[in-house]
Design a protein around this ligand. Sequence first.
Ligand SMILES: [Zn+2]
Length: 405
Amino acid sequence: MDNQFWLSNVLLENGFVYKDNEIVSTQKTVEHLLIKDGKVVAIKKGELESGDIPVIDAKQSLALPSFTEKHIHLDKGHFGGPWKASTPFRGVFDRIKEEVEFLPEFLTHTTERAKSLLQLITDNGVTSARVHCNVDPVIGLGNMERVRNALDEYKDKLNYELVAFPQHGLLRSNSASLMKDAMRNGMKVVGGLDPATIDNNIEASLEKMMDIAVEFNADVDIHLHDGGSLGLYTIKRLTQMVEEANWKGRVNISHAYCMGESSIEEVSELAEYMVEQQISVATTVPIDVPSPPIPLLHEKGVKVHIVNDNINDHWSPFGSGDLLQRASRMAEKFGWIDEYSLTRALGFITEGKMPLDNKGDRQWPKVGDDANIVFLDATCSAEAIARIPNRKAVMYKGNITSGEL
Ligand SMILES: [Zn+2]
């Protein structure tokens, strides 16, 4: 693609329409974006006189900021291979036992299946992904190498960071030295898993995870399925350790089911402490187990990411790989049915980027933004969240990487 081109006739959101002090719809305009070296360098309304600059006609497709996947597994999946349902769920330990049996045999398919998943999520609008990758005594760093090979083949479609994930338990499977090897080999984020029910020692497990993070100056992302007050206590202890280590803004808690199983008062109090330490939450918006109260956390100021996690693997047969669908599920589950609320749901899959701010002033796209854009058959972001339309095209760094305009 040319270094510089006009993206003409792009449908952009421009403000809210009010009736009796309520937002009833979204104002739009058709505009033209000048893209240069992967960035938006000018935005123009009215007739376009392009001169010698090439033009790509967006044909009034709606433009939205591309999506960020903050938690996905690309290893150990069935997607991209023959269909396979999961076995009935008996417990996390049984799942881990299953893995011990099949992981070595899976290695031959890992790269190819990771690529199938990358194709799926990038076609759906993802241009940035945080990828959790098993680091365990069965395959060591075998998955890491294969997943990284797949990601490198997709580097023109998305950027990524790898999380070293001790799926078999950091302490339980004695994986600390393997985790350190993974960090030395370029993994960027230290993972963790259920300090109480898997590692059987909340204090020691959290301490070890934080020690590795500090040693490698890395962020932290822990899978926390531990429920009720056990889970809440774990989050509280982790938050205290984050404060002590001065690790503010560098920790994410994935799943946090416990927050969906506790009182509003308890969750609110903990949320305020998490905000102080800028600890974020990633959730799939589960409907089979209690979901963290996303609207409450959001209102308190906790950054919440809606994520895919696993897509058709041995843990779950489900998952479309479409973050827009997940955001739609959140809106439906929590009754976000009005125009304004629906527009806000988009921010949970874009790290907060939305065309309009809370007052309705345009904040995206702006001159200087990366040209990372999803083009859809919709008239506004609220419609996109509710109807989950097809993605016509995806642009990453100024190149169309999926679909066509
Ligand atoms: Zn996960």
